[in-house]
Design a protein around this ligand. Structure first.
Ligand code: CTP
Length: 400
């Protein structure tokens, strides 16, 4: 998938810069057109001539030494992908903050192509909250991060921070440039927790942040799908997605049921209230009137309704937030609601699910566990969910 693809290879100033030579060589061997861009720091570790000799074009090191007065926009616009290897803490921070201070950061800001970064630094720097926050921010914008490995670091230290294997970096690039596997599909995703009014100022809600649903919508879009996102949050979406904002379970039901028949894939990641106040009042309940008794009534189970009306070619995916017997509860829910797949998580575990940036899930079909996804960024979990959906839709693994 790399043949004839135009790849900007950014190299920053770290001891691992010498391994970028191997990445460059592998990309060129696979047929890619590699355009190397080195920061000033990188040239202290590896000679620019090496990259000029191995890559498809001479190395570029500055915004100003080119005949072209705007090399960054041309590089950014013509790239099929930009990979930064190694990515220092400084590059990660500058890119996350949207600052352009050299040709590489300018190119990163000027491109709409997918971006892969392979960080390498000392363990203390890798674990610093500022670096981790910046990485999370970049991941939430769709940047793919090839995490560092454990091993020997500069100065004889040992620990996490060693640049990933060049083969893994090239594999990550290759995976992104593969043909978009959701092209031609219409994907409907729901996100966030519903709010059920008690009176005009109070509501019954839940702890869902909508992050997982939004990551699913962005992932589906990046894989070529036409995406509709029904969300209760005002979170922005960094993808060309049709966004429908709703608040209550009944608004979500209307938005989903009217759009689902046209969808090839429906993923219900929203935390829909199971109960709502039976008699919301139109004016604010006053303290002086005493403590109100709020009577609840059940809401409609949207997912069960979708399962009952599911077109034969549609793939229906539910979520199950559990605090015990995760797999058994998920399997029961899958059968009860007529689903193809269910994504189950134990929300009592640390850093999992509600409000967190990370999630840890088990994806289950009627045939059993399809994938166990270890604690990972919600975008990575979204990628695993769509991998399972794509596999489920293949004729060999599905009766459709
Ligand atoms: N769901 C839904 N409509 C509801 C409640 C839930 O569509 N009124 C969907 C959620 O979007 C999720 C799935 O059902 O995909 C699982 O929700 P969950 O609350 O875990 O399941 P319940 O069936 O409500 O079971 P319980 O709360 O008893 O675990």
């Amino acid at each position: 998938m790399l043949a004839d693809r135009r790849i900007v290879l950014g190299i920053t100033g770290g001891i691992a810069a010498y391994k970028a030579i191997e990445v460059c060589r592998r990309l060129v061997d696979a047929g890619a057109h590699v355009v190397p861009v080195m920061t000033r720091g990188a040239t202290r570790f590896v000679g620019p001539t090496t990259f000029s000799a191995l890559a498809s074009e001479p190395v570029r090191t500055s915004l100003f030494d080119d005949a072209d007065p705007i090399p960054h926009t041309r590089l950014g616009q013509t790239a099929d992908l930009v990979v930064v290897c190694p990515a220092t803490a400084r590059l990660i921070g500058t890119y996350a903050a949207g600052i352009s201070n050299d040709l590489l950061t300018a190119t990163l800001l000027a491109t709409r192509a997918p971006v892969v970064i392979a960080p390498a630094m000392h363990t203390e720097m890798w674990e610093h909250p500022a670096v981790q926050d910046n990485l999370r921010l970049l991941a939430s914008r769709g940047v793919r991060i090839v995490p560092p490995a454990e091993g020997r670091l500069a100065g004889g230290d040992l620990g996490k921070g060693r640049l990933a294997d060049p083969a893994d970096i090239v594999a990550a690039v290759d995976a992104i440039l593969r043909s978009p596997d959701l092209e031609g599909l219409h994907v409907l995703v729901t996100a966030g927790g519903t709010r059920e009014p008690i009176d005009p100022v109070r509501f019954i809600g839940n702890r869902s942040s909508g992050k997982q649903g939004h990551a699913l919508a962005e992932e589906a879009w990046s894989r070529g799908a036409k995406v509709t996102l029904v969300t209760t949050t005002d979170r922005s979406v960094s993808a060309d997605v049709d966004v429908v904002r709703v608040a209550t379970a009944s608004e979500m039901e209307q938005a989903v049921m009217s759009r689902a028949p046209a969808a090839d894939v429906v993923v219900m990641a929203a935390a829909v209230a199971d109960f709502r106040p039976a008699h919301p009042v139109g004016t604010k309940i006053k303290k002086a009137d005493g403590v109100p008794a709020v009577t609840l009534e059940p809401t409609t189970d949207i997912l069960a309704g979708l399962g009952a009306a599911k077109p034969p070619t549609q793939t229906l995916v539910g979520f199950a937030a559990e605090t015990s017997d995760v797999r058994d509860n998920a399997e029961a829910k899958l059968a009860r609601k007529g689903l193809d797949l269910i994504v189950a998580n134990d929300v009592s575990a640390p850093n999992v699910g509600f409000e967190h940036d990370t999630n840890q899930v088990t994806i289950v079909s009627a045939d059993g566990v399809v994938a166990d996804v270890a604690l990972a960024d919600k975008r990575a979990v979204a990628a695993a969910v769509f991998d399972a959906i794509v596999a489920h839709r293949l004729p060999s693994s599905s009766p459709q």
